[in-house]
Design a protein around this ligand. Structure first.
Ligand code: TYM
Length: 335
């Protein structure tokens, strides 16, 4: 709780271009959460990004684009606190403290670490290893009650809860124990080329992912090439992952239920399904892309958002940090 409201934290890495998976699994859900009801914090997680080598100029550009995309998607920066993680030093400071309350064995079990270590075998740095601890710091600093994320981040949420409970059991109620906030649909959007895998920014096959800034004809083409199956019947079933994924995307974009979608598409062919899904996605993304282009031109406005929101985030984060520092025995500051 913060200022009498339930608090909410989430964020995205500033690497690669956002996919439709990021949008439907996270960003679109964030936009649906009412900042009058929740105290909302959304970070651009640039500290996490450097666990993999980045080109500095490119990282800066992507971080700014991500901030503009948050706003273009509908997050009002007057009502939601949108900020760069690297502008709030409390994240790194609390992460250090929490590192001392986290076990090697716990980090070793993280599936994302195992995946990334396999993909970046030449750079298995300790930042990659303790990545979830930094994530725990992000969440706990804002006393988040809820964390709206896609399915792939659930394991990180569990470890955040474990670390928070461990700390609280020693020092009393310092941190709120957060819960995953699940949107209605869309928390597991799959690759269009291999619908058993998640849609991911880092997929090497360009046809596997719809990128938020893809042109409409590119979106239409990628959906036309989506992998389905050979039985020709539109049904919602785990045994038909390609069709299920298209229906999930359609429902998450339009807000309709699976039953409504099945009624609409009953008896139609896969080609029609693909083009209807593609049209719905284009209709959703085109206005967002236009707002994004307009925002990018408005440099002064974006700079003001960056400055004001970092100050606001720092205010809340530092309060929690000071509490934790005091509990572990760091000396009081002399004013
Ligand atoms: P990231 O940047 O990989 O993903 C951002 C958000 O998008 C969701 N997502 C998906 N949802 C549905 N289907 C998909 N195919 C899909 N792909 C991605 C993710 O679940 C996530 O919600 N470690 C985090 C960033 C982070 C964070 C945090 C998140 C750092 N600190 C604290 C929440 C709270 C990450 O790499 O997300």
């Amino acid at each position: 709780m913060l200022d009498g409201k339930k608090s909410l934290f989430s964020g995205m890495q500033a690497t690669g271009t956002l996919t439709l998976g990021n949008y439907l699994g996270a960003l679109k859900n964030w936009v649906s959460l009412d900042p009058e009801e929740y105290k909302c914090f959304y970070g651009i997680m640039d500290l996490h990004s450097i666990t993999v080598r980045q080109d500095p100029a490119e990282l800066r550009r992507r971080a700014r684009d991500l901030l503009c995309l948050y706003i273009a998607a509908g997050l009002d920066p007057e009502k939601n606190c949108i900020f760069y993680q690297s502008h709030v030093s409390a994240h790194a400071e609390l992460a250090w403290i929490l590192n001392c309350f986290t076990y090697m064995g716990e980090m070793n079990r993280m599936t994302q670490f195992k995946d990334k270590a396999a993909r970046h075998a030449d750079n298995i740095n300790t930042g990659l290893f303790t990545y979830p601890v930094l994530m725990a710091a992000d969440i706990l600093l804002y006393q988040a009650d809820f964390v709206p994320v896609g399915e792939d981040q659930k394991q990180h949420l569990e470890i955040t809860r474990d670390i928070a409970m461990r700390f609280n059991s020693i020092y009393g109620d310092v941190f709120t124990i957060p819960e995953v906030y699940r949107g209605k649909l869309g928390d597991r959007i799959k690759s269009l080329q291999d619908p058993t895998k998640k849609m991911s920014k880092s997929d090497e096959n360009p046809n596997a992912s719809i990128l938020l800034l893809d042109e409409p004809e590119v979106i239409m083409r990628k959906f036309r090439k989506a992998v389905t199956d050979s039985d020709g019947e539109i049904a919602y079933s785990e045994s038909k992952p390609g069709i299920k994924n298209l229906l999930d995307i359609y429902c998450a974009v339009t807000g309709c239920s699976v039953e409504e979608a099945l009624n609409e598409f009953g008896g139609l062919g896969y080609g029609t399904l693909k083009s209807r899904v593609a049209e719905a996605v284009v209709a959703e993304l085109e206005p967002l892309q236009q707002r994004f282009r307009d925002l990018c031109k408005n440099k002064d406005y974006i700079n003001t958002v960056i400055k004001n929101n970092a100050e606001q985030a720092s205010y809340y984060a530092t309060k929690t940090l000071r509490k934790a520092q005091k509990k572990v025995g760091f000396p009081e500051r002399i004013r």
